[in-house]
Ligand binder design. Structure first.
Ligand SMILES: Nc1ncnc2c1ncn2[C@@H]1O[C@H](COP(=O)(O)OP(=O)(O)OP(=O)(O)O)[C@@H](O)[C@H]1O
Ligand SMILES: O=C(O)[C@H](O)[C@@H](O)[C@H](O)[C@H](O)CO
Length: 200
């Protein structure tokens, strides 16, 4: 995973970052830490968060709540809504951090094409299945049941630098002992963001 980080980052510091990966990998948690403590060096204002979970059509939420995995057809209007929100927020000129599982390569391509010419950088939250399962079983108050993890993992196409159609992506290995602040710092390091209060 390490050696595709630098290879797939162009010289430009990413301004629009998509936290991707399966349910329970920490996308929402790390997004909050990232926007509160880190920013691209070129930006004087905080990055704005977009919570992809909030953009699902109600039917999708009902489906997941009932333990049924979403299909490609279910996800397409959701991906469109995420892209539309990225375009809206980015037009204000701030950096943006988005949570969106973007499990399949075609979903990442759909987002990237829909948001163009805005450039997206995907951050893949890479966590062992056992830890994912444990976190989902402990998590309370979320519509996504832990039993959907198997289908999430089956749908996931792990970002692969050797695939020609893969978009700009950074893999961040998340070890169980890393707290949210540690993970956010690892993500920030991988994308070249600096601490919010750091003097340039
Ligand atoms: N680094 C961490 N250390 C310990 N617990 C964590 C860490 N990151 C996230 N968690 C916990 O793991 C659970 C899953 O995290 P979170 O909800 O952020 O994942 P997610 O990828 O956004 O999931 P979903 O796609 O289902 O919304 C939460 O209960 C969260 O508090
Ligand atoms: O692609 C999907 O199957 C969905 O987007 C899920 O990943 C959920 O949105 C999320 O996990 C719930 O929080």
């Amino acid at each position: 995973m390490d050696n595709f980080n630098s290879k797939h980052l162009s010289a430009q510091i990413p301004q629009v970052v998509i936290m991707m990966g399966v349910s329970g990998s920490g996308k929402s948690t790390i997004m909050k830490h990232l926007v509160s403590s880190w920013r691209p060096s070129s930006s004087s204002t905080p990055a704005v968060p977009i919570e992809g979970d909030d953009l699902h059509p109600a039917a999708n939420v009902a489906k997941m709540r009932s333990g049924t995995p979403l299909t490609d057809v279910d996800r397409m209007p959701w991906l469109d809504a995420v892209a539309t929100e990225i375009i809206r927020v980015r037009s204000m000129g701030t950096a943006v951090v988005v949570t969106c599982s973007a499990l399949r390569r075609v979903y990442r391509a759909h987002l990237a094409i829909s948001a163009a010419p805005i450039e997206l950088c995907f951050v893949y939250m890479d966590m062992p299945e056992r830890e994912l399962q444990a976190r989902l079983e402990k998590r309370a108050g979320h519509y996504m049941p832990a039993r959907l993890l198997a289908s999430q993992l089956a749908t996931l196409e792990v970002p692969d630098p050797t695939v020609e159609t893969e978009y700009r992506v950074v893999g961040v290995p998340v070890a169980p002992e890393m707290g949210p602040g540690d993970v956010a710092a690892a993500v920030a390091k991988a994308i070249g963001w600096i601490r919010v209060n750091q003097v340039d």
